[in-house]
Design a protein around this ligand. Sequence first.
Ligand SMILES: [Zn+2]
Ligand SMILES: [Zn+2]
Length: 348
Amino acid sequence: MAKMKSLIFYGAREVSIEEVDRPTMEKPTDALVKVTLSTICGSDLHIYHEELPIPPPFPIGHEFVGVIEELGKDVSGFKEGDRVAASCVVYCGQCYYCQKGLYGHCEKGGLYGCGALMGNLGGTQAEYVRVPYAQLGLHKIPDELTDEQVLYVGDILTTGFTAARKGNILPGDIVAVFGSGPVGLCAQVCAQLFGPARVIAVDRLDYRLEVSRQIGCEPINAAREDPAAKIKELTEGRGVDVAIEAVGIPATMAGCLSSVRPGGRVSAVGIFSQPMEFPLPQLCMLDISLTMSICDVQWMPALIKLIQNKKIDLTFLGTHSMPLADAAKAYEIFDQKQDLVLKILLRP
Ligand SMILES: [Zn+2]
Ligand SMILES: [Zn+2]
């Protein structure tokens, strides 16, 4: 059997590159994709910290772009050799949730690199990935775009876009994004597509807030000042029209709930692993709405068009580039936020 390199998760902070069987085609709706570029997601860190109830070992990673190596006979509109961006979510298009457009809840699909909890799919921090329902999950990369330009479209860009869209941002609105990590920065970029008057960025790390400032946001460092109080000060005491939660910890959710004006919207896309006390007395008279969403991959084709037409450029996120062989080191750097890291590109 042909072999390949794949990153395997063994337990808390233990990952290593192993030689494993190269995946093979299982169904006529599959494609086999040779990975040309992958990266580490903030949600991979939940696995890395063993916060999720998924028994190791299993292959890890869910963000990638690549080239079609083999194509099932039921997949049309693609050919072997096509460069493709892949949705991190695998979905069938036919089940109850897919028919409602809730692809992330597909009853037959899952998420790459999350073991038995999410469909037992391959990890994408690897040389090859089997893509089920390839017709739906793959999108051709326009010739003029590089892998680096489209790498984030299958997950964090779409998540950031979903955060902004679910916040129902209207022209002239004031938006606060809690989190200037990769997903928060994507949300800050996408919020600006909807024509807000101002976007405020909240984080605790100056180097990330400096990036937010460079993309047009007003930074608040929550390590030095109370973000909700500062936001009230910046909004004539009212609060923001839309607060976006892009971290996934109780403090940032509490910050959003304390910063939104009466009648405003809170849109959360962080992955939470801790419970929080919900401030019902503070919120019950506020007329706010709260949405909690995962990435809505049906927007991938639209986002690729926006990248192609230079309305979105996220290449600044790729602060580090390393061979896949050094993935264990890459996880350390990413986990500890060393060396002003935003995203680490892994090259098989
Ligand atoms: Zn992710
Ligand atoms: Zn489905």
